[in-house]
Each structure stands twice: as structure tokens, then as C-alpha cells.
Design a protein around this ligand. Structure first.
Ligand code: GUN
Length: 280
């Protein structure tokens, strides 16, 4: 068997086009502000891509770049200004933040109605209670990928590998809201391989290159690879051994071109949702 590749790039392009068309029909331009503290290379690249995508969708978009030494109080005052600015519908503070800033304090300071990352405790609670408002972009993108690939979460055994606040935990909550039978596995899970092998939907979000081996995958399973790691040769590698998985899985997302593009498309969709909720 050769697994069917799930084309995240194509689906993301379609979603971005749909968001742009919906934005063009509004009497205002949705506004997205991205805040970047410091100069981490990966974060700088992600932020640039987010700003570009927002502009391409017809949004009003800018990035606030702050030096790595920025203090928590200073960042809180930037956020207070954005909360009060009526032209700003979405606020995204790129993570990770430098060590002198408490991430939780920053996330709690963002107006939940403008929290397009879905990280504020109010939005986390809405998702945990099964009624998502602004859902985190990567898990939401994965949910849309599954739907587009014709994979039904209802009743399926889903395994989420990884328990980060950005991907693993909200992914599990979304799958549960979609009536899947959900297991969360992590670095302390006993016999990870056996847990993975039971899954009909396997979502790998651990950040370890090619950790999921071919014989960890059930024949015909749907495999979603969230990892973006650099291999020894500098090439991008996912969390799944892609070549081995191709011979076992039923469908699989490639890296790059799978989950990554959907994250940005869902950020645009969240900004549109936030704008509509605020402005009617
Ligand atoms: N860093 C890595 N992924 C994300 C994300 O989805 N949102 C933010 N704000 N920072 C990130």
C-alpha cells in the first residue's frame, strides 16, 4: 500500500482564497497585528509569512518588532494599546517569548475577543467545554485537513502524541468535540509504539525528527505530522519517518506542505471570525 498524501498546501490556498473573498465583501478591512519580541530566526520567518498572508487576504496587517531585552511591563502596555484600538481585530504575540517575560501573563492580557491564537484561558475553556470560539490555528487546520481528506473523527480511535498548549492539548479537545475516542500520549507514556499502533488517526506533535517509525503505525491509519525539524543535512524533517510511513498508512501529510500552510490559513480565518464578532 502507498499512503495517499494529504495536500495541505492546496487546501490552505483554497481557504485563503475563501477568506480573501469574504473579507472583500466587508465594509471594513479586518486588522491583524503580530508582535515579535527578539530575533529568533524561525519566529522571524513565521511572522513574516503571517503578515504577508494577511496582506494578501486584503487585511490591514502590521508587525510590531520589539528588542529581545523588552520587559514584561513594556509588552503589557503594547498589548493594552492594541486591545483599545478599534481597528485591531486580531492580536498575535509570537511564542516563545524571552525568559524575562511570563508567557501566561501576556496571554491573559490579550482581549479574548482579539485572541486569534485561541490561547487565552477564556478561549481554552470554551474549547474544553466543547464549544470552541477562537480555536488554536494548528489544531483547527488539522481538523480541516482531516475533513478534506474524508477522514471522519466520530467514533475513531485518535492518538495525539504531544501535550503542548499550542498543539497537543487543544488538538485532543477538538477531536473530542468531534466525537473521536481520544488518547494523549507524551514523553512519560509507557510503550508509546503500542499506543500509536492502536490509532486510526495518529497526530504527531513532539518536535523530534522521524521519531514515529513505520511499525508504530496501524495499516491504513491516517497520519498527521506536525513536526518541523531540521535534519543533519539541513533538510526539513517531520516527527514521522515519512518514507516508512508511506508503505503502511492510508493517508499522510508531508513535511513541508502538510500542516504548516493550514496554520496560517486558519489564523486568517480566526481574524475574520474575530472581526465579524466585534463589528457585526
Ligand atoms: N509559535 C509556534 N507556533 C505558534 C502559534 O501558533 N502562535 C504563536 N503565537 N506562536 C507560535
Amino acid at each position: 500500500m502507498t499512503a495517499r498524501p494529504i495536500d495541505g498546501k492546496a487546501l490552505a490556498a483554497a481557504l485563503r482564497a475563501e477568506v480573501a473573498a469574504r473579507a472583500a465583501a466587508l465594509p471594513y478591512r479586518p486588522g491583524l497585528v503580530v508582535v515579535l519580541v527578539g530575533e529568533d530566526a524561525a519566529s522571524t520567518l513565521y511572522v513574516r509569512n503571517k503578515e504577508r498572508a494577511a496582506r494578501a487576504a486584503g487585511f490591514e496587517s502590521r508587525t510590531i518588532r520589539l528588542p529581545a531585552e523588552t520587559g514584561e511591563a513594556e509588552l503589557l502596555s503594547v498589548i493594552a494599546g492594541l486591545n483599545a484600538d478599534d481597528a485591531v481585530d486580531g492580536i498575535l504575540v509570537q511564542l516563545p517569548l524571552p525568559a524575562q517575560i511570563r508567557t501566561g501573563a501576556i496571554i491573559r492580557a490579550i482581549d479574548p475577543a482579539k485572541d486569534v491564537d485561541g490561547f487565552h484561558p477564556e478561549n481554552v475553556a470554551a474549547l474544553a467545554l466543547g464549544a470552541p470560539r477562537l480555536a488554536p490555528c494548528t489544531p483547527r487546520g488539522i481538523f480541516l485537513l482531516l475533513r478534506a481528506a474524508g477522514v471522519e473523527p466520530r467514533g475513531a480511535r485518535a492518538l495525539v502524541l504531544g501535550r503542548s498548549n499550542i498543539v497537543g492539548r487543544p488538538m485532543a479537545a477538538l477531536l473530542l468535540a468531534g466525537d473521536a475516542t481520544v488518547t494523549i500520549a507524551h514523553s512519560r507514556t509507557r510503550d508509546l509504539a503500542a499506543e500509536c499502533r492502536r490509532a486510526e488517526i495518529l497526530i504527531a506533535a513532539v518536535g523530534r525528527p522521524a521519531m514515529v517509525k513505520g511499525d508504530w503505525i496501524a495499516p491504513g491509519a491516517t497520519v498527521i505530522d506536525v513536526g518541523i525539524n531540521r535534519g543533519a543535512d539541513g533538510a526539513l524533517v517531520g516527527d514521522v519517518d515519512y518514507q516508512a510511513a508511506l508503505g503502511v498508512a492510508g493517508a499522510i501529510t508531508p513535511v513541508p506542505g502538510g500542516v504548516g500552510p493550514m496554520t496560517i490559513a486558519c489564523l486568517l480565518e480566526n481574524t475574520l471570525i474575530a472581526a465579524a464578532a466585534r463589528r457585526g
